[in-house]
Write a protein that binds this ligand. Structure first.
Ligand SMILES: O=C(O)[C@H](O)[C@@H](O)[C@H](O)[C@H](O)COP(=O)(O)O
Length: 258
């Protein structure tokens, strides 16, 4: 697995714009090399701000949206039209505005969908979607080109919360999460084995409230205690921070890499 690289931007707006630009380049490169690309989206304020910046960017059409597979790292298990849905927020911020192929957009099921109010069945179905799309990558999960993850103040990524069962899951690729400390309480989440199938993992976060978690994760905290520490890409693990979120990295603050 790859080493952590840290890039610090001046503020949250610059971070969102720079991350959007980085996505354009990475996904267009993958399409040039292989014909198609894949991205895993995150919920949360920073993740959605990046999608909004991508929508506004004139460079966005360097991506062939019809040859992009879109997945989610986690989802809030609420009805399809609930404003809390990560899917709904991503569609409004970006996906409704570009020419994605609906068959290549892979949301996690809502609580009023075909699995009803059964997050275990919905999680198992999502694991099936990942396996079906793993194709020639081998294994049970596609080799995602980029997997985006926001970070919680206590160090969660996707819906893997500190000291939770999901943080110790080493077999299933997708799990149901109940009693999430961050509302809503019921969620569906990729696990570490699925996250680590990605070629590149980009951890994106902003604000002082994330500074402790960022510093502890980069100092080598355990992934059960601080799940962000366990999010790694096969070839790249990139931490994209603003100055406030990087504020407790000590001598690393403002540096371009670690
Ligand atoms: O479904 C969710 O709630 C998110 O996927 C979650 O993991 C989020 O990314 C972080 O909590 C950071 O959120 P902010 O960027 O809003 O702080």
């Amino acid at each position: 697995m790859s080493a952590n690289e840290v890039i610090v931007h001046d503020d949250a707006d610059i971070l969102a714009a720079a991350c959007a630009a980085r996505l354009v380049t990475r996904l267009a490169d993958a399409q040039a090399a292989r014909g198609s690309a894949s991205v895993v989206l995150t919920g949360g304020g920073t993740g959605i701000a990046i999608l909004e910046q991508l929508r506004r960017s004139p460079a966005r059409d360097a991506i062939d949206w019809s040859r992009l597979d879109v997945y989610w790292g986690d989802e809030r298990f609420v009805p399809a039209d609930d404003d809390e849905r990560n899917e709904k927020q991503a569609r409004e911020a970006l996906l409704d505005h570009v020419g994605v192929d609906p068959a290549r957009v892979h949301p996690m099921a809502p609580s009023d969908g075909e699995f009803g109010d059964d997050p275990d069945a919905a999680s198992a179905a999502y694991a099936g979607i990942l396996a079906a799309n793993a194709g020639q990558d081998g294994g049970d999960v596609p080799t995602f080109d980029v997997l985006l993850l926001g970070i919680g103040g206590e160090g969660h990524v996707a819906s893997i919360f500190p000291a939770s069962q999901a943080a110790s899951e080493d077999r299933r690729r997708v799990v149901a999460v109940r009693d999430s400390p961050k509302p809503p309480p019921t969620r569906i989440s990729l696990t570490f084995p699925a996250i680590r199938a990605a070629a590149e993992v980009w951890l994106v976060t902003t604000g002082e409230a994330k500074a402790d978690a960022v510093a502890l994760a980069l100092a080598g905290a355990s992934e059960v205690r601080l799940p962000a520490a366990g999010a790694k890409g096969r070839s790249r693990t990139l931490w994209l921070l603003d100055r406030a979120a990087a504020g407790k990295l000590g001598s690393l603050t403002g540096s371009a890499s670690q």
